[in-house]
Design a protein around this ligand. Structure first.
Ligand code: MTE
Ligand code: HPA
Ligand code: MOS
Length: 779
């Protein structure tokens, strides 16, 4: 046994203790194909396949719908419409405005209008085509600009701020205004949306759903069926990725499968193919970002007005919270003494946009990072210098626009450390030298920062439950409300329990999330999975440990503080009892070896009517330097080198965390470079397959990608083993790629001007910007 140092002093090593680099518990199964996803489950012989028919109009009244031919088609067993819903025709998370099936009115192309259940998916799809649907087309708003002009919104404009932005702007020695667009993003989880429902006795139903939010799926299925919640059980072992796209949307598919199962008494499965998934499900919100910034000659911001407008699509979904988060991160690491942030949440006749890694934060944060570079260019300063003078820090420069004091600011330290380790200054000079000699190929470099707030901003969601059983042989069954989507939550929580019992992690069985074991859970989202569920599992394990301790103390007649757990053993004074033996003895002594655990995040509160409070327990920080090479003749580019320094506190599992940082960064890079969603004038998505929508491939991974965890990292808040959340924050490190591209574009005009670069910076967009700076440089 190896000894190691921890905060608690020297303790013995067990396999899978916290802070150890453990592989993902399913990693080998992911590659061998042994990991079971819902579509891999053996299909019962009488199972039905469901196909959901979609609206062909962005906005129209359905004047007639004749499904006679659909019902009569070969293999069809049942057809369901809004009229067949025994409960409520709604699958919205809270607003009540997401009908499961259109009822007379359609509001986006792809909206489900009815579903067909047949003996094969081919039969179901073919039958759906036989429907006779008559529409009366209505005017459709499909873009941000059109919706803004029409005043079409899912909720009133929100405002956040502090100081007096108008007066400060007027008094500012320098002033810049600008406007640019930020694109949306498809989740492109490898496993698409899927649900499988099995009818049970008494009209009950058991649903297997690929969801980040089993409790909400349970609740909404019951709502649609018109049953109490306890008639529905929802289970998920794992998802093949969620990325926020499975926070609210899975309820729609689960409800259709459950309806068919209950109506026919046969198991039913609904699995979307890729095109239908992309057309039918919401994405990251695209934004228009307008700013008016005042600053002194050092580049320090003296006043700022920000106006953001986002396309929410046809319904409310989570758009209020998502757009709130865009406002929460509009400051990023920079103190804004006098600022006004306006946020328009626009209703359009396109699919309802939803949660996506960062949850609006990336859009808000990209805005101010771009502004930093604009200020630097205007003053002829290094962008890093401008960032430095704007950082939060010092007594009077620590209040965010939402009134929260920044207490854990390590951004200045990260910036300095990364600038040094990545040799920022030397390389910037190198980029300049290269560009001076290279007429067509231009390099760009940028260092950007990330500060991301951790907690659901909807305060009551910050709670979690767990259930732990110790069996009489000492093996452990672990369950909690969190879901596994590839992010490594299950192994982290197992490590927490292993550490607490001081037993090897492989004695702990990781089990599927189910509403039958832990009720009323929140979505696994907001990066808070391990913070919340780790704490809940710790609470449960501590209860059992306390009972074992009391039992051992009584049995061996010693004080409780002489009972310790270490190295798969329990020590009573000097007597060594294997953990498994004590479990058996405790069972024979009639001690309960099962416990529930619970956790709620302390300190947080938020008054949404004023947009003031402390919505977050703490912030996560990171920094990245990216260097790119663009071809100014074609607009093509390559990300050559990326250096990342990211803080995960005292990481629960540094191997998993590095994976999250790399994956998040690359996904962010995809959002800002190649992933372009194109809707035509009718509101029809034209990019609904990998042939037209390009996510990063292995070959797009920068050749040099250095990822370091911040070694001094330690959460100042008492989170689980002082770790920090990691799921979303690294996504925004990719802002450095976007700004490096913008820097290279500027080089094409000898740094005389900058062009508006909209995201994503596709080669076409880059070429357009290059031509613009060249034109301006000539004048
Ligand atoms: N990593 C993988 N591999 N797959 C995913 O779907 N989702 C991200 C992030 N990392 C995701 C992922 C998102 S959007 C969130 S909110 C967090 O993981 C959720 O998990 P956590 O709270 O356990 O970090
Ligand atoms: N993040 C992710 N999901 C959410 C949030 C949040 O802040 N609030 C409500 N759902
Ligand atoms: Mo993540 S967008 O909070 O699911």
């Amino acid at each position: 046994m190896v000894e190691r140092e921890t905060e608690a002093g020297t303790v013995s090593e067990i396999k899978g203790a916290v802070h150890k680099e453990l592989k993902h518990d399913s990693a080998h199964k992911h590659v061998s194909g042994d990991a079971i996803y819902i579509d891999d489950m053996p299909e019962p012989k009488d199972m039905l396949h469901i196909y959901a028919a979609m609206s062909e109009h962005a906005h129209a009244r359905i004047t007639a719908m004749d499904l006679g031919a659909v019902k009569a088609a070969k293999g069809v067993v049942c057809v369901i419409t809004a009229e067949d819903i025994p409960g409520h025709n709604d699958v919205s998370p809270f607003a009540g405005d997401d009908p499961l099936f259109a009822d007379g009115l359609v509001e986006y192309i792809g909206q489900p209008i009815f579903a067909v259940a047949a003996t094969s998916i081919e039969a179901a799809r073919a039958a759906a085509k036989l429907a006779q649907v008559d529409y009366e087309a209505l005017p459709a708003l499909t873009t941000i600009d059109a919706a803004l002009e029409a005043g079409s919104a899912i909720e009133p404009m929100q405002t956040m701020g502090q100081g007096n932005a108008t007066a400060a702007l007027e008094a500012s020695p320098n002033r810049l205004t600008g406007s640019f667009r930020i694109g949306g993003q498809d989740h492109f989880y490898l496993e698409g949306q899927i649900a499988f429902a099995k009818p049970e006795e008494d009209g009950d139903v058991h649903v297997f759903s690929s969801t980040q939010h089993p409790s909400e799926v349970q609740h909404l299925v019951a709502h649609v069926l018109g049953t109490p919640t306890n008639a529905v059980t929802v289970e998920v072992r794992r998802m093949g990725g969620g990325f926020g796209g499975k926070e609210t949307h899975p309820a729609m598919f689960a409800a259709m499968a459950a309806l068919v199962a209950v109506k026919t008494g046969r198991p039913a499965k609904l699995r979307l193919d890729r095109d239908d998934d992309m057309i039918m499900t919401g994405k990251r919100h695209d934004f228009r970002y307008d700013y008016d910034v005042g600053f002194d000659d050092e580049g320090r911001i003296t006043g700022m007005a920000i106006e953001m407008a986002s396309r929410c699509g046809r319904s409310t979904d989570l758009s209020p919270a998502i757009n709130d988060r865009a406002m929460f991160h509009a400051d990023n690491c920079y103190y804004l003494s006098d600022v006004e942030i306006k946020s328009h949440r626009l209703k359009t006749h396109t699919v309802s946009n939803t949660a996506f890694r960062g949850f609006g934060g990336p859009q808000g944060m990209l805005g101010i990072e771009c502004v930093m570079d604009e200020i630097a260019h205007h003053l002829g300063k290094d962008p890093l210098q401008v960032r430095r003078v704007n950082l939060y820090g010092g007594e009077s420069r620590n209040t965010t626009p939402f009134g929260m004091t920044v207490e854990d600011n390590i951004a200045p330290a990260l910036l300095d450390a990364l600038a040094e380790s990545a040799e920022y200054e030397r390389r910037r000079a190198g980029v300049r030298a290269f560009n001076a000699k290279s007429p067509y190929l231009k390099k760009g470099i940028a260092l950007t920062l990330v500060k991301f707030g951790i907690s659901f901003t909807t305060t009551h969601l910050n709670q979690a439950g767990a259930l732990v059983h110790v069996y009489a042989d000492g093996s452990v069954h672990l369950n909690h409300g969190g879901t596994e989507m590839g992010q490594g939550l299950f192994v982290k929580v197992a490590q927490v329990v292993a550490e607490e019992f001081q037993i090897d992690v492989d004695r702990i069985k990781i089990t599927a999330t189910t509403t039958a074991k832990v009720p009323n859970t929140s979505a696994t989202a907001a990066s808070s999975g391990s913070d919340l569920n780790g704490m809940a599992a710790l609470d449960a394990a501590r209860k059992i440990k306390a009972r074992l301790t009391e039992f051992a103390a009584k049995k061996y007649d010693c004080p409780k503080d002489r009972v310790t757990f270490r190295n798969n053993n329990v020590y009573v004074e000097n007597k060594e009892i294997p953990f498994a033996d004590l479990a058996r003895e405790a069972y024979l002594g009639r001690v309960s070896l099962s416990a529930t655990g619970f956790y709620k995040t302390p300190k947080i509160h938020y008054d949404r009517s004023r947009h003031k409070g402390r919505p977050f327990l703490y912030f996560c920080y990171g920094a990245a330097v990216s260097e790119v090479l663009i071809d100014t003749l074609t607009g093509e580019y390559k990300v050559e080198r990326v250096d990342i320094l990211h803080d995960t506190g005292r990481s629960l599992n540094p191997a998993i965390d590095k994976g999250q940082i790399e994956g998040g960064f690359i996904q962010g890079m995809g959002w800002l470079t190649t992933e372009e969603l194109v809707y035509d004038e009718d509101g029809r998505l034209r990019t609904h397959a990998p042939s037209t929508y390009k996510i990063p491939a292995c070959s797009d991974r920068p050749e040099h990608l250095n990822i370091e965890l911040y070694k001094k990292g330690r959460n100042v808040e008492a989170t689980i083993h002082r770790s920090k959340a990691v799921g979303e924050p690294p996504f925004m490190l990719a802002n450095s790629v976007f700004l490096a591209i913008a820097d290279a574009v500027s080089a094409a005009g000898d740094y005389k001007t900058r062009a508006t670069l909209n995201a994503p910076a596709t080669p076409e967009e880059v070429l357009k910007a290059v031509m613009s700076v060249k034109r301006q440089a000539k004048n």
